[in-house]
Design a binder for this molecule. Structure first.
Ligand SMILES: Cc1ncc(COP(=O)(O)O)c(C=O)c1O
Length: 454
């Protein structure tokens, strides 16, 4: 056996004690969310009908570090710390001088990074005396994670699952039900929002969010939980990047580039924000690449405007790159990336030029995923396949330059529930839908008329 290390492992004692809050370090003043009723800045009072105060405080906090409650760290022990792998076999297959590392979040109970925030969200709601959480899910990863977390803290869980994913991934529904959740295909006939969107049977994250928010707003014992986009969700994911920093130190390396896919931005924030802060504070020069689908190219083609987080317009408006809250992306298999907007913090970094965004078509991401699976063995979810596509480009660029660049990415989930998508790719029947100018014109036409301050 060679001495080459493949896995860098931390012990349970090394689970971070604090989350990293990037908000105070971001360049410029943060643009506040706006109330959908008044279009004035939304304060904590606008959020209390659907969120507990513990999470609202995290949402608006300007503290650079926020302590992780003991109960949350105890629950994290079930699957954390997660391993950091050196992708030696992929490096060899690509014949690249680059050193490729990946953090693997697929070993969590739900199979992705989403439990990192599901646990603290369920914890804070249970602490506030809430009995039930409602939510949306795209790929099913978030719904599964919240179902599992609700079970741990004695909460009921009701999930609106995007129609196309519900059809593509029946076993994700089984998984949520196994943990005790109730699951509806969205758009459903149970809510006004769902009924108003019956003409979009494939559904979208925006529609499913409207349904879940409606349920929470009408029931005082029920709150809403979001799996991405909001500041507190991004905050919870920063344990990924903090662990990665410690693990790369074990390897004696520091990344030249960090790559992650972006749906709403939480996985991207989770792996990058601790490194972004080092760039901002300590003058490190790491590059950051956000990978998204060409079918839903929010960061690469969207407009930077105030827009609703959901289709019907029930959530606060956020300053973000958006394709329009009523945009229904084609049913690509990376269901977790089918969101019209992105986290304001991630959008702010793209706008400031601190993060580069790239969009990829479905077939090229599956080609990259298979190359990864055939060298590193883990079958990736379709979402991180976008990141892998970008990693392969970066590894090829390192080869062209003859440089030993260090590339880090987040393998944020496994693809065990996505094998129908792999089947379609292998059968050559996978389509490559792209966002058109007509889509763009339609998206901009329906945006709320709220200027972003210069
Ligand atoms: C495996 C996986 N990766 C990435 C995402 C995208 O979400 P986010 O950008 O919040 O990480 C999802 C969302 O469901 C997902 O399931």
């Amino acid at each position: 056996m060679s001495d080459d290390t493949v896995k860098y492992l931390l012990s349970e004692r090394d689970i971070p004690t604090h989350w990293v809050n990037l908000l105070p370090d971001l360049p410029g003043e943060p643009l506040p969310p706006l109330s959908p009723a008044t279009l004035e800045p939304a304060g904590p009072a606008d959020l209390t009908p659907i969120f507990p105060m513990g999470l609202i405080e995290q949402e608006v906090s300007m503290e650079p570090e926020i302590e992780i409650p003991e109960e949350v760290r105890d629950a994290y022990k079930i699957w954390r710390p997660t391993p950091l792998f050196r992708a030696r076999r992929l490096e060899k297959a690509l014949d690249t001088p680059a050193h490729i590392y990946y953090k693997y979040e697929g070993g969590s109970p739900a199979g992705s990074h989403k439990p990192n925030t599901a646990i603290p969200q369920a914890y804070e709601n249970a602490k506030a005396g809430i009995k039930k959480l409602s939510t949306e899910t795209g790929a099913g990863q978030w719904g599964s994670s919240l179902a599992f977390a609700c079970g741990m803290f004695g909460l009921e869980c009701e999930v609106f699952m995007v129609g196309s994913s519900y059809d593509q991934k029946p076993y994700r529904r089984s998984m949520m039900q196994s943990w005790g959740a109730t699951v509806h295909r969205s758009p459903s006939t149970l809510t006004e929002a769902g009924n108003s969107q019956a003409s979009h049977p494939t559904g979208s994250l925006g529609i499913a969010i409207s349904e879940a928010v409606e349920v929470a707003a009408q029931d005082p014992d029920c709150n809403y939980a979001l799996g991405s986009v909001l500041n507190h969700v991004l905050l919870h994911q920063t344990i990924i990047g903090q662990e990665a920093i410690a693990q790369l130190e074990m390897a004696g390396e520091y990344p030249d580039v960090v790559v992650a896919c972006v749906g709403g931005g939480s996985n991207f924030a989770g792996i990058t924000f601790p490194f972004v802060r080092r760039n901002l504070r300590d003058g490190e020069k790491t590059r950051f690449i956000a990978a998204e689908p060409a079918a839903c190219p929010t960061l690469t083609k969207g407009v930077y405007r105030y827009d609703y987080g959901d289709t019907v317009g029930m959530t606060p408006l956020m300053a973000m790159y958006t394709l329009g809250h009523d945009f229904v992306p084609p049913p690509v298999h990376a269901g977790g990336l089918r969101y019209h907007g992105d986290a304001p913090m991630v959008c702010g970094l793209v706008k400031a030029g601190l993060v580069e965004a790239r969009a990829y078509k479905q077939n090229e991401t599956f080609a990259a995923a298979l190359q990864f699976a055939r060298s590193e063995a883990i079958i990736p979810a379709p979402e991180p396949a976008h990141a892998i596509r970008a990693v392969i480009e970066e590894a090829e660029a390192a080869k062209q330059a003859g440089e030993e660049r260090v590339i880090l990415f987040n393998l944020c989930g496994h693809g065990h529930f996505d094998l129908a998508a792999y089947d379609a790719y292998l059968a050559g029947t996978l389509e490559d839908p792209e966002f058109s100018q007509a889509d763009m014109d339609a998206a901009v036409a329906n945006l709320p008329d709220v200027p972003i301050p210069a």
